[in-house]
Design a binder for this molecule. Structure first.
Ligand code: NAD
Length: 281
């Protein structure tokens, strides 16, 4: 039976480190969270973000703009936050009203305030191994791998999913550790080759969003499995990997929920502290 790689206790340890770092800063770090229009889901998400931030000694400012805000006005608002010395980090809440392009907008966030780590300048730094602010979910996976104790050097790592927020940055971070990285995606499945790649994974990371995509018996004996997927099935949250059979074969596996999820918001807060340090330097 695999050992569970749990995100919560790891997040608590990292949070202690974040609190200590905050204590060394001249000013309390400030996060601006920009929300356009009303949305119940985003509203409740920002409430839990605020709670998590404040528990660490971070000031969380929810900046609510009316639903009829134009793209140009939102860009101006972000520029104002960029110029505001008291604001250390900026995040934009989804969904945005129709007609506003998230990618276009987020590129206006100053790279040193981009605490989601998705600005092209920050993504570009990953290629050079110089990134200080990392995409949160990819960073969360790297923390779990580090906690697993696995030496990534020369390991067969298979990443399923090649999104901009998870799979692609992760592949680069893993290469930085000299892992042998295979990235699979819908094309791999369509070519009928997903199983063959998954079977050779000493470390398997799955971020697709399809419950049961990875069959438990595909998992290599003794593998480390990180399941990023979040799927609601019959009122339950499950990952992309068939948990029970996979748990019998893996050496370590993340539970869903309780694996990657609790770490992601912690990575956002860590990015904010990193951003504040860069700005105060
Ligand atoms: P995405 O939709 O942007 O990308 C999905 C990826 O899966 C693509 O690379 C696509 O090619 C691939 N894919 C789709 N069908 C496939 C198939 N049949 N076989 C192989 N590959 C296939 O997704 P995303 O934003 O990266 O999110 C992926 C999952 O991770 C979702 O369930 C999401 O909810 C979850 N997620 C969790 C966290 C967290 O904090 N735990 C954070 C971000 C995303």
């Amino acid at each position: 039976m695999a050992k569970l790689l749990e995100g919560k206790p790891l997040a608590e340890t990292i949070k202690e480190g974040i609190k200590q770092e905050i204590a060394t800063l001249k000013n309390k770090p400030v996060l601006a969270s920009v929300m356009v229009g009303e949305n119940a889901g985003a509203e409740s998400y920002t409430k839990s973000q605020k709670k998590a931030a404040e528990a660490l000694g971070i000031e969380y400012n929810l900046e609510k703009l009316p639903g009829d805000t134009q793209e140009s006005a939102l860009i101006e608002f972000i520029k104002k936050l960029n110029a505001d010395k008291a604001t250390n980090g900026i995040i934009i809440q989804m969904p945005l009203p129709q007609g506003i392009d998230y990618k276009k907008i987020s590129a206006f966030i100053a790279p040193e305030k981009d605490v989601e780590g998705m600005h092209p300048a920050n993504i570009g730094k990953i290629i050079f191994g110089k990134a200080k602010i990392l995409p949160c979910t990819a960073a969360a996976v790297m923390e779990l791998l580090s906690a697993s104790g696995a030496d990534l050097y020369g390991k067969e790592v298979v990443v399923v999913g090649h999104s901009e927020i998870v799979g692609k940055p992760l592949a680069l971070l893993l290469l930085e550790k000299f892992a042998t990285v295979t990235v699979c995606h819908i094309g791999t499945s369509k070519a009928g080759k997903l199983e063959e790649h998954v079977r050779k994974a000493e470390i398997l990371i799955v971020a697709v969003g399809k419950a049961g995509l990875i069959k438990g018996d595909w998992v290599k004996d003794g593998a480390i499995v990180i399941d990023v997927g979040i799927n609601r099935v019959a009122e339950k949250i499950v990952g992309d990997v068939e948990f029970e059979p996979a748990e019998k074969k893996a050496a370590q596996i993340t539970p869903v929920p309780g694996g990657v999820g609790p770490l992601t918001v912690t990575m956002l807060m860590r990015n904010l502290v990193e951003a504040a340090k860069l700005q105060q330097a």
